[in-house]
Design a binder for this molecule. Structure first.
Ligand SMILES: Nc1ncnc2c1ncn2[C@@H]1O[C@H](COP(=O)(O)OP(=O)(O)OP(=O)(O)O)[C@@H](O)[C@H]1O
Ligand SMILES: [Mg+2]
Length: 209
């Protein structure tokens, strides 16, 4: 079982978007995939419910109730955990203990970058991260690569002590697909393939982490 935690204390950074697309990617590879939804908004759970009839369905597990780990089937091959905004330290700790890797989405604005610094500091203080046992990858999300703001954000992210594992563009595709219980990986048009290419370094990093 491999467990990927998607987390950031900043609201709306793209945690659920990353978690659902990554879970769909694993399921489409043929892996038994579970999406642990620790957010009472239940966005990830609703997404799973919408794709329940597909062969590449993803099993939702309520992750904010005591004993959530025990509700993950033993034969699950991939587990993605989506946590709510605002979680730090103690609250996040059991999820960090369970994870093999952590992805932190960040949007390319000074407000978002600054708001994420205390979260990254709190991650750095966690013993497994400090000892190098739990890799952390940054994901620049909602980039408009042609803008100065995006270019500056990518440069700033490059100075942080965690690798920048993907640059995901801003696209209405993510908004539309989320509402359908779909992901970028369910489609094969040329346009979608460009978007999928944004994920390649992230998927490589996750495989190695
Ligand atoms: N790359 C993207 N391009 C366009 N829209 C995006 C992208 N990533 C996320 N969004 C949209 O931004 C909004 C917030 O994204 P999402 O729900 O994934 O963030 P979140 O971090 O899970 O939020 P919360 O903190 O509320 O849980 C959603 O409407 C989502 O569809
Ligand atoms: Mg969310």
């Amino acid at each position: 079982m491999r467990t990927i935690l998607v987390a950031s204390s900043k609201g709306g950074a793209g945690k659920t978007t990353l978690a659902t697309n990554l879970a769909a990617h694993f399921a489409l590879e043929g892996r038994d995939t579970v999406l642990v939804d620790a957010d009472r908004q239940r966005s990830s759970t609703h997404w799973c419910e919408k794709r329940a009839a597909l062969e590449s369905a993803v099993l939702p597990v309520e992750g904010d109730r005591r004993g959530w780990e025990k509700r993950i089937p033993d034969d699950a091959q991939r587990v993605v955990i989506d946590v709510p905004a605002g979680w730090f330290g103690e609250e996040l700790s059991p999820y960090l203990e369970a994870a093999d890797a952590v992805l932190v989405p960040v949007q390319p604005s000074v407000i978002d970058l600054e708001a994420t610094v205390p979260f990254l500091d709190s991650l750095a203080a966690h013993p497994r991260v400090r000892k190098g046992k739990l890799p952390v990858g940054l994901v620049a999300n909602r980039l408009r690569p042609w803008t100065t703001a995006s270019q500056q954000a990518v440069e700033l992210l490059g100075r942080w002590p965690y690798p920048l594992v993907a640059q995901i563009r801003d696209s209405q595709a993510y908004v539309l697909l989320a509402g359908l219980g779909k992901s970028l990986f369910d489609y094969h048009s040329e346009k979608v393939r460009e978007h999928q290419a944004d994920w390649e370094p992230l998927l490589r990093w996750v495989r190695k982490a």
